[in-house]
Design a protein around this ligand. Structure first.
Ligand SMILES: [Zn+2]
Length: 1001
């Protein structure tokens, strides 16, 4: 920006360098952030910046950004960094606005991933977790979580994130565990809990139910089999008796628990004969079925040979009955397999007939339930068939490939009885896996605790009705003992079909209302979460694990009802407050139950809560606990995956207990991808480590990157992108450095009233007012990419390339008391105060360094408030006039450039300009200002061109195109001090009148 001053004159008549007021500052051009930032952090800690802010802002309007808890496990990654920086930018910007914006960071500490890590350590030591005292095991989980909370806390702090790091919230703190159990008991007391059976995503490896958010889909190859069920009754079409219904499945392991067959009532079926038997298949699927049964038929047989010509609609199967191929096993297998109409039956794949295992499929469960067929719970926690199951009992896990293989035990047994029509291990499909263990998950019916979505909160839970409740099916009449471990359970009442929503709202209805009353940023997120809540099933809140908050309920051993006594619940909560959740596992239950109940009559529930329930309660033990009952967070801010996770669990928790959302607004950001837009993964080797970036370039670079991205979508980060960010940072830093230098020695006494300022200064103040409005607007919209861009554009284009460029002559060479110089420095001072504040939320370290350089004793920049920009500075007439001037200036610069390139002139100061204007208005505009000063040239002569040219051009050209610049080398000599070429300079290197006056008084 200072190129014309840095050339040394070829032969100076006299050296006037010492008489020029060059900018002076100790603020270094090179940032050295990686070394500097830790010292700034230490100072903030020593000065208790966060605590000071809480004191000075007490009583002001509050803005609560409630932190979503990361999981206390492993070093932070780019997703964490992006999330926390964005939060910090918002908290700091709200603080800058003068609000009291506390930030309480938190961690999710319970749950499977930590338990899994502790178990891994056990396995390495050949220890069996099931033999360890649960309280001891939980203590190890706690220690593991604590370790990572400490590690992540230091890493988050290093990002510059300001918050209550000395007192974060942890879901495993006793007060949190007590609050979580209190919320659970609130659901229980209002009747919004039920224990039911339902197929849930189940991980046999981790031995627990999983939430959708804990599952990821991967392509796998499965065994596909076709199995024949002989039809034994068919009232609507008796000739089908003795024929075979063929079903197709990719989970052979579900055949041992088959209980029914489903057909499409409107599907067209036909019979296909081969090897002496006839098989019922949907007509649309005949050829694919024919292709699969290759090994069963003669080499030269054709499909046409087997076609029966008999056609029928599926509805003929009404009331039909088949029998299981393994009926010889007796008991469960000898029972009839009824045909039932299923609206989910399609002819996309398979045979058009679907085998139903209500234990292991949602459609199966619902269709069977509607027909009085209950699950049998044959598959245990670890994925094995229970030992007493008549077929496959005690065999290996159902997810084991060998159990399902074409030559495995299931296929072999089916083949032996003639039930297997085809089996091949070649079916490719997408299948759910546990994101933690990467093992396959299954659908499995288990007794679980649910929060109903469609039952009114005020409605009493339906009483257990013996007849409707499920009972544990038994594979053989002799194994009645297996049913004793689970008491009969109350049956969940069916959804009410939306009836009476307004008077008697359901959790789903309340949640949907709350979504509509919440501000979603970006707005499109509202549709996403609305669709999710509209379509979601009841919330399964139980997990069969140890590291979590227990579902501290007592179930009556006789009735299956859970106890709903506020006095008992109060004792449970109190026990948790003093002893944490461990209190449940070591409790004297008679003491908790009190004198009114006998402990022998009640079974304490040993399941723990889904961790999403824990984190769904953070608003209770963080926002309400710290700021008062009924206080809501102003903002939740997380990645877009949290529509399924935390945004939703918090919403449902709060709607179920408080009837409204726990937040006023929710901001969703995208994910951090690599420089090419690919997902980061260790195996790809494309992980960008935020800690490495901070170590090399500093946290402010990372923060500026976050602010500059369009974070509402997925964002990219890589070497080139960061190089661009560093470049943008450098320019901003230089802008501050220039201002610091130019303001050296500036005092209030030098200030010039705005009314006395030149038009250029007024125009810059107008631009500042416009910037201020834009930044306020961007802050309110949480659009910091707009904020960062407005700030950097202003610094680069309006200041460095324009205002600073034009005014450097006045700054360096005018007398200190010259009004123009005073006006410039006054505006620079205003700009400095504004820009350092604007930059502070994003470049939190650099702003502190800039501020401290100029005002070393004034405290932290982060204690300051939003700059006071006078509304009167906005001046639209001035804006329009100066926008035209700037266009003309840019055009003139373009005309000078070739002369510089051809070495005709060395700097623009040597330019002699003739401006030929074909438009009187433009001519008047050019004459109204010192355009030589604005263009940084020696002289400008404005000449009126032929007005007819403008008339002929009409509206086809813009006004500024009606000015033509002619540039030549000036004849004037150069002032030895200011290097301007002026008529009064007698010889090269002598002084101009202004400089002479400054130098010689
Ligand atoms: Zn001069």
């Amino acid at each position: 920006m200072n190129e014309s001053m840095s050339d040394t004159p070829a032969t100076p008549a006299q050296d006037y360098r010492d008489t020029v007021f060059l900018p002076k500052t100790d603020f270094p051009m090179k940032a050295g952030l990686a070394a500097k930032e830790p010292a700034i952090l230490a100072k903030w800690a020593a000065d208790d910046l966060y605590g000071t802010l809480r004191k000075t802002r007490a009583g002001r309007e509050r803005f609560i950004l409630h932190d979503g808890p990361p999981y206390a496990n492993g070093d932070i990654h780019m997703g964490h960094a992006m999330n926390k920086v964005l939060k910090d930018i918002i908290v700091r910007s709200q603080t800058l606005l003068g609000k009291d914006a506390p930030y309480v960071p938190g961690w999710d500490c319970h749950g499977l991933p930590i338990e899994w890590k502790v178990e891994e350590a056990y396995r390495a030591k050949k220890l069996n977790k099931d033999e360890v005292d649960p309280v001891l095991f939980r203590a190890e989980c706690r220690a593991y979580a604590e370790k990572w909370v400490t590690v992540q806390r230091d890493q988050f702090k290093r990002l510059g994130v300001m918050g209550d790091w000395d007192d974060p919230y942890l879901t495993m703190k006793y007060e949190a565990e007590a609050a979580i159990v209190g919320e659970l008991l609130a659901f229980a007391e209002s009747g919004q809990l039920y224990r039911g059976a339902k197929p849930v995503m189940w991980s046999p490896v981790e031995k627990t139910a999983l939430a959708e958010a804990e599952v990821e889909y991967e392509d796998i190859v499965s065994t596909q089999i076709d199995v024949a069920f002989e039809i034994v009754e068919c009232p609507k079409m008796p000739e089908l008796v003795g024929k075979f219904a063929s079903i197709w499945t990719t989970t052979p392991w579900t055949i041992p628990v088959n209980q029914a067959l489903a057909y499409g009532p409107d599907v067209n079926y036909t019979l296909l004969r081969f090897q002496g038997r006839e098989f019922l298949v949907a007509e649309d699927l005949l050829s694919s079925f024919w292709a699969r049964i290759d090994s069963q038929k003669d080499a030269d047989s054709q499909i046409a040979d087997g076609l029966s010509g008999v056609h029928m609609l599926g509805s003929v199967l009404e009331e039909a009955i088949a029998r299981h191929p393994l009926l010889a096993k007796g008991g469960f297998f000898a029972k009839p397999r009824p045909f039932r109409a299923g609206n989910f039956v399609t002819t996309d794949a398979g045979t058009g007939l679907v085998h139903m295992a209500p234990d292991h499929g949602e459609d199966d469960f619902l269709l069977c339930k509607a027909n009085g067929i209950e699950p049998v719970f044959a598959v245990e926690n670890d994925g094995r068939y229970r030992a007493d199951w008549a077929w496959m009992g005690g065999q290996g896990s159902v997810i084991a490939p060998k159990l399902n293989a074409p030559d495995g035990p299931i296929c072999s047994d089916l083949r032996e009885v003639g039930g297997l029509l085809a089996a091949s291990a070649d079916y490719k499909h997408s299948y759910p896996h546990s994101w933690r263990s990467k093992a396959k998950v299954i659908f499995r019916c288990t007794p679980q605790w649910f929060i109903p979505m469609d039952r009114s909160a005020t409605e009493k839970p339906s009483p257990p009705s013996g007849g409707e409740g499920w009972e544990r099916g038994s594979p053989a009449e002799t194994s009645a003992t297996s049913a004793s471990s689970v008491p009969p359970l109350p049956n969940p009442s069916p959804p009410e079909g939306g009836e009476g929503l307004s008077n008697n709202p359901t959790l789903r209805g309340i949640a949907l209302d709350a979504i509509a009353n919440t501000r979603w940023v970006p707005a499109k997120a509202q549709n996403r979460i609305t669709a999710m809540v509209e379509g979601r099933p009841d919330w399964v809140i139980s997990r069969q694990r140890a590291w979590g908050v227990p579902i501290a309920l007592y179930v009556n051993r006789k009735s299956g009802d859970y106890l709903r006594d506020p006095a008992v619940n109060a004792r449970i909560k109190a026990a948790f407050e003093t002893g944490g959740a461990d209190a449940w596992f070591t409790a004297d239950h008679q003491q908790l139950l009190g004198p009114d109940y006998a402990a022998a009559d009640y079974e304490p529930v040993n399941d723990i809560l889904d961790v999403w329930f824990d984190s769904g309660c953070t608003h209770v033990f963080t926002v309400e606990a710290r700021y008062g009952q009924g206080v809501r967070a102003n903002l939740y801010l997380e990645g877009s995956d949290q529509h399924r996770g935390w945004f939703q669990s918090s919403l449902l928790e709060s709607c179920g207990t408080r009837g409204r959302a726990p937040y006023e607004a929710v901001l969703t950001h995208g994910f951090a991808l690599d420089g090419q837009g690919r997902k980061m993964s260790k195996s790809q080797g494309n992980v960008v480590d935020p800690l490495k970036i901070i170590g090399e370039s500093g946290a402010d670079i990372l923060r500026l990157w976050v602010a500059s991205t369009d974070y509402f979508e997925d964002v990219r980060i890589g070497k080139e992108i960061l190089a661009g960010t560093s470049d943008a940072y450098r320019k901003l830093r230089n802008t501050f450095r220039y201002m610091l230098g130019a303001l050296e020695g500036f005092t209030d006494a030098e200030k010039l009233p705005v009314a006395e300022m030149p038009e250029l200064e007024l125009y810059v103040l107008h631009k500042l007012a416009a910037l201020d409005a834009e930044l306020r607007d961007a802050t309110a919209a949480f659009e910091f990419n707009r904020y960062a861009r407005a700030l950097t554009d202003f610094a680069n284009e309006d200041l460095s390339a324009f205002f600073f460029d034009i005014r450097k002559d006045s700054l360096y060479c005018d007398a200190p008391g010259d009004p123009k110089r005073r006006a410039c420095r006054t505006v620079l001072d205003i700009l400095f105060h504004a820009l350092v504040r604007y930059a502070a939320p994003i470049l939190c370290f650099t702003a502190e360094e800039v501020w401290g350089t100029r005002f070393p004793d004034a405290g932290s920049v982060h204690l300051l408030e939003w700059p006071e920009i006078e509304a009167a500075w906005a001046n639209d007439d001035l804006r329009m006039r100066w926008e035209l001037i700037r266009v003309l200036r840019t055009r003139l610069t373009g005309e000078i450039e070739p002369l510089r390139r051809d070495k005709i002139i060395r700097s623009s100061l040597e330019s002699n300009v003739t401006a030929i204007s074909y438009d009187p208005a433009e001519a008047a505009l050019l004459r109204s200002v010192d355009f030589a000063e604005i263009g940084i040239v020696a002289q400008v002569e404005v000449v009126d061109g032929d007005a007819a040219v403008a008339r002929d051009a009409g509206d086809s050209v813009s006004a500024t195109d009606l000015v033509r610049f002619e540039v030549s080398k000036t004849e004037y000599e150069k002032c030895g001090r200011c290097w301007r070429h002026l008529p009064e300079v007698a010889e090269d290197g002598a002084l101009c009148a202004r400089c002479d006056a400054v130098v010689h008084g």
